[in-house]
Design a protein around this ligand. Structure first.
Ligand SMILES: [Mn+2]
Length: 667
């Protein structure tokens, strides 16, 4: 009772004061004040009682609180999951019996630091979003959870190690037995089929039996679904073994077929070791296979949950000149065209002959499939005027050339967009058309810099080809029936190759001549192709103006620049001059600097392995191949850039730049 008085002294005194004032008021006949005081006293008393009742609702009786504490301790003691209490300095305060059982080293002593126990997995996580820590001991798997608990003015961390061994094992089992899908194709089967090898049936049968035997080693299901094309389904656990052996099956196949005379057969493999449905896995395996073929075949690409890696590219050198990838692309592209409503085709901004010729080549493929092609061009593209003049004489090309605005209207869910001679989104003739198209094909011969922002139906990028025209010619050779290509189209494709190889002097491979041979056989006359390159008078004068500024730097380097402020056309002339400068005696590399608006651009060429102009251009944040590169420096002037260029060349020659590049590629 005393305690109640002490706790509610203030309230009781106020109430007493109010009652006394009311009594005094009544005694002195002041009835109104008396009633008011009485009413206030009554309201006050009601409020106090309500507040106290409310407080009491949330307060457990002391007895109950004590008994719950005891129950909690007893529960944690008996808990089958190991539990440990740590104070805010990371010192162990207490742990239960279950923890001692798995603590073989007896490191969880009272007062020990939590960082020294179970390799530190019990340390509280700094970031609450991070994955919980895991621990494995005696074939048991634990997941650690932390609970902040508050004792008298002190904060503790209660760690409970949940024993989820069953769940963990099940997950592991599911992952091991997750079905992986694999595609296998024989790279050079067309050569076999064309009778280059008379005994192709025997070779093909050998490959089949080797693959079947191989699949039986990992209990896989393998089926030849088309000639020399296999699909295989197996448990994901075996992917690790295949990687471990670096896919030695590829060597095995070429070894068993080597004795048949001619080049041995090679296979390419695409594996999907991912989650998802069978159809998703099938698609991923097909993409992986295409990647393997793009990289030259005779290798395996495994796409897992995080990345795609390639393995076993050991026998590759022998097949560098194979047209296997083109054949594959031709096959896929024809399928896509067959199933689309119309074909929209575009090249890069400021198109050149290679770009427009490749577009026209794809248009021919569309005609063959009975689909309407549309090529995106602009009236500003003055450089390709001779090409357009040549081709527009053909009746089927009426209404084929459209601008990018009209092209937008042509995009339907079943339209196919084919992009040629460019793989950099910034350089696409129309980025909007690319963004809106649902099916995109990319055919290019430039090195791929970055991944595309959307999924691509067919990506055929082969930097070993000289030009997009060469790649498209190979596809056409594979698919077109004799006589269906027009002479004008062949001339244009030939001119595309002439442009990008500078009349067969740069970047030509065996396949370049193969494609040229094919085009020549269709009536492409080199003389007529050359006609297209005739410069007009203005251009001629401008070229002379740039060439007047040539000077020699460091004996074997030629530098020139465009005086004044130029435009995109002037810059392209600078590229032409850079090419031409390599024909000067004792010049191994050339650089031409050109101001375009506020920016300055450099076009660089080299014909020596020693002088990698791609590396020199990295000095300015640009890049390219060792023999052809470029860069753009913003908000500067020609004179300034010429000075910086000399520094960059000095840096390169003295080895400083090379090291810089190595570091950046290593990191
Ligand atoms: Mn090109």
């Amino acid at each position: 009772m005393k305690k109640v008085f002490a706790n509610y002294l203030a309230e009781l005194l106020s109430l007493a004061a109010l009652l006394v004032s009311s009594v005094i008021s009544f005694v002195t006949k002041n009835n109104v004040s008396g009633w008011i005081c009485l009413a206030i006293a009554f309201v006050f008393a009601v409020i106090v009682v309500c507040v106290q009742l409310f407080k009491l609702r949330w307060k457990l009786p002391e007895q109950t609180e004590k008994s719950i504490s005891a129950l909690t301790v007893s529960f944690l003691m008996k808990l089958e999951h190991p539990a440990l209490l740590v104070d805010d300095h990371g010192k162990v305060i207490w742990h239960n019996e279950a923890l001692s059982e798995i603590d073989k080293s007896k490191s969880a002593k009272h007062g020990a630091n939590v960082s020294g126990i179970f390799e530190g997995v019990l340390m509280p996580r700094k970031n609450s979003d991070s994955e919980p820590a895991e621990y494995t001991a005696d074939n048991r798997h634990f997941t650690v959870q932390h609970y902040p608990v508050f004792g008298s003015a002190k904060k503790y961390d209660l760690c409970i190690m949940y024993d989820d061994t069953g769940l963990f094992e099940s997950k592991k089992y599911i992952k091991m037995h997750n079905p992986a899908v694999m595609y296998i194709v024989v790279d050079n089967f067309s050569e076999l089929a064309q009778g280059l090898k008379d005994n192709y049936r025997a070779s093909s049968a050998k490959v089949s039996s080797v693959l079947t035997e191989w699949a039986s080693t990992f209990n896989g299901l393998i089926k030849e679904f088309e000639r020399d094309k296999y699909i295989c389904v197996f448990d994901e656990q075996y992917v690790a073994d295949m990687i471990e052996s670096d896919f030695d099956i590829i060597d095995l196949v070429s070894a068993v077929t080597a004795s048949d005379g001619g080049a041995p057969l090679t296979i390419s493999i695409g594996v999907a070791a991912t989650d998802g449905s069978f159809s998703e896995k099938e698609e991923i395996a097909m993409q992986a296979l295409q990647l393997a073929l793009q990289k030259g075949g005779a290798q395996a690409v495994v796409r897992d949950r995080t990345q795609a890696r390639n393995y076993g590219a050991r026998v590759r050198a022998a097949k560098k000149d194979s047209k296997g990838p083109s054949r594959n692309a031709a096959f896929t592209l024809s399928n896509l065209i067959e199933n689309c409503s119309n074909v929209i085709i575009m090249g890069h901004k400021n198109p050149d002959f290679d770009s427009i010729a490749a577009c026209v080549g794809i248009a021919r493929l569309a005609f063959m499939h009975g689909k309407r092609p549309f090529i995106i061009t602009s009236e500003r593209d003055a450089d390709i005027t001779p090409a357009l003049r040549l081709i527009s004489g053909l009746p089927e090309y009426k209404n084929v050339f459209v601008d990018d605005i009209y092209a937008q209207e042509l995009i339907t869910p079943s339209a196919l967009l084919v992009i040629v001679d460019v793989n950099n989104v910034d350089m696409f003739a129309s980025a909007e058309v690319y963004n809106n198209a649902s099916q995109v094909v990319i055919i290019d011969h430039h090195i791929k810099k970055e991944d595309f922002t959307k999924s691509i139906s067919l990506e055929f990028i082969d930097p070993s080809a000289s030009s997009a025209s060469e790649l498209v010619s190979e596809i056409l050779e594979e698919k077109l029936s004799a006589g269906s290509m027009k002479k004008e189209e062949a001339i244009l494709l030939f001119s595309g190759i002439l442009l990008d190889t500078q009349n067969f002097t740069r970047g030509t491979g065996v396949r370049t001549f193969g494609a040229s041979f094919y085009l020549r056989s269709l009536g492409a006359d080199p003389g007529e192709a050359k006609e297209l390159f005739k410069n007009d008078m203005d251009e001629y004068i401008k070229l002379a103006r740039i060439e007047r500024n040539i000077y020699r730097y460091k004996d074997n380097i030629a530098v020139s620049f465009f005086d004044g402020i130029g435009n995109d056309v002037d810059y392209r002339l600078c590229c032409t001059v850079a090419d031409r400068m390599l024909t000067i005696e004792n010049v191994d590399a050339s650089f031409v600097v050109c101001q375009v608006g506020n920016d300055v651009r450099i076009s660089a060429r080299s014909r020596s392995d020693e002088l990698n102009v791609g590396t020199v251009m990295t000095f300015f944040g640009g890049g390219g191949r060792f023999d052809a590169a470029a860069c753009k420096i913003e908000n500067t002037e020609t004179n300034e850039v010429l000075k910086q260029l000399e520094t960059a060349i000095d840096d390169f020659c003295e080895g400083r730049l090379r090291r810089k590049e190595d570091e950046s590629t290593a990191s």
